[in-house]
Design a protein around this ligand. Structure first.
Ligand code: NIG
Ligand code: FE
Length: 410
């Protein structure tokens, strides 16, 4: 018999999409479809039906029911860009930054990503798994139902594989939907500083075949930016990864006009992420493509960097997703409610635009939009039930509080 449960008297059911849109772009990002005083029926973990309480059908006898008066029910957040598998935190760099060092200066003297890579080499797989599972529990309590996780603190074949194997174990152990991304090209290890192309050859000749052999990654990423990987190096990696069926999702234009956005579009990336440096040429490249522009306002906030021109991008008709970038160096929080607030406060998105950026559009940016990211019949019932709140705008407005009561995962 089907396993049924019914939510009744829902203050606001938000994020309904009935036309099958895989994402929302431009003006349509401003619309969140809702029903006040609603019900929603789940059957075997799927959303089977919903409507207004005026038209509540007779309750199936076997259904467990939950009164959601005063609460919002919405799709769980999809966090399409994280580095949440990492070994230990980096408060020292945080203090250095407060004292005036830049992210690039810290990276240059062996801090930053290389600091995390040194710790990654030391930690056991079990310990890494345990730390990472704790982080998953934490983000679930803040409303995340699906998360993309990158490697990239390994920077050698053994350590990259260790990270990706941990992510694979997490996929099996956690109720959350997880996608894995291979990011061997996250930074140039110290020993290759004089010859970065040689490291790129290790990535394409050694790492990518090993990752593919064990089927450890869904996507491939490159940090295509000033001081990190160049466009030709990025192209080399993406073209080889493509032969193994790895679709790109790339870090682009966080530190400068790197050409990363255009390269991502050229290689049919699912998303290009960061994008603080986005001008007319980048917007032109993205228009009409299937690549999701993804903004990570937590990182720009934490590092005190420039914000991307989000309004201009929406006005140009682009879609936007947002993600947490959860990592120990530039965004040590995976709380998507905070990202919702930053989207409004820093990027000047409306609460409804920002909602679409962290649900349906970020679902698309991690390839799960067919099953998650909206209230749609037949999609999985991965839902947030909030604490009693007055309206949807209250969610990003009351920043810093956890407004999530329960995250249902299926
Ligand atoms: O997305 N930009 C590159 N990578 C990460 C930072 C990782 C780190 O500093 O550890 C990011 O911000
Ligand atoms: Fe990142």
């Amino acid at each position: 018999m089907a396993n049924r449960s019914l939510l009744t008297h829902i203050g606001l059911l938000a994020g309904i999409i009935e036309d099958g849109s895989p994402f929302l772009a431009g003006e349509s990002m401003a619309v969140v479809n809702t029903i006040e005083n609603a019900w929603l029926l789940m059957e075997d973990g799927m959303i089977s039906d919903y409507g207004s309480m005026d038209s509540l059908p007779p309750r199936p006898e076997d259904a467990i029911s939950q009164d959601c008066s005063g609460r919002i029910v919405m799709p769980a957040f999809c966090d399409s860009h994280t580095h949440l598998v990492f070994a230990g935190t980096r408060e020292i760099e945080y203090v250095d930054k407060i004292k005036g060092l830049s992210y690039e200066e810290i990276a240059k003297r062996g801090g930053g990503i290389l600091n995390s890579a040194a710790r990654m080499a030391e930690i056991s797989g079990e310990k890494l798994l345990q730390q990472s599972l704790e982080r998953l529990d934490l983000i679930q309590s803040y409303g995340t139902g699906a998360v993309e996780i990158k490697s990239g603190y390994g920077l050698n074949t053994a350590s990259e594989l260790k990270m990706l194997r941990v992510i694979k174990q997490m996929k099996m152990m956690s109720p959350l939907t997880i996608k894995a991304t291979f990011l061997g090209a996250h930074a140039i290890p110290q020993e290759y500083r004089g010859n970065p192309d040689k490291y790129v050859e290790v990535i394409v000749n050694e790492m990518i075949p090993a990752v593919a052999e064990e089927n450890l990654a869904d996507y491939v990423d490159v940090f295509c930016d000033k001081g990190f990987f160049t466009v030709p190096q990025t192209e080399r990696i993406l073209s080889v990864a493509g032969k193994y069926g790895l679709i790109p999702k790339i870090h682009a234009n966080e530190l400068g006009f790197s050409g990363g956005i255009q390269t991502g579009v050229k290689y049919k990336a699912l998303s290009v992420d960061h994008m603080e440096y986005t001008g007319d040429a980048e917007i032109r490249a993205l228009r009409g493509s299937r690549t999701m522009p993804t903004l990570l306002p937590g990182a720009a906030f934490f590092l005190g960097m420039v914000d991307p021109p989000a309004r201009k991008m929406i006005e140009a008709g682009l879609p936007l997703a947002m993600a947490s970038d959860f990592n120990p160096g530039s965004s040590p929080s995976g709380n998507m409610q905070l990202i919702w607030s930053f989207g409004c406060i820093k990027l000047r998105l409306t609460p409804d635009e920002a909602f679409n950026a962290i649900t349906i559009n970020s679902a698309y940016a991690m390839g799960v939009e067919q099953e998650l990211g909206s209230i749609t019949r037949g999609k999985r019932a991965s839902l947030i039930i909030t604490k009693p709140v007055p309206n949807l705008a209250y969610m990003p407005y009351a920043y810093g509080d956890n407004k999530v009561w329960k995250t249902l995962i299926s």
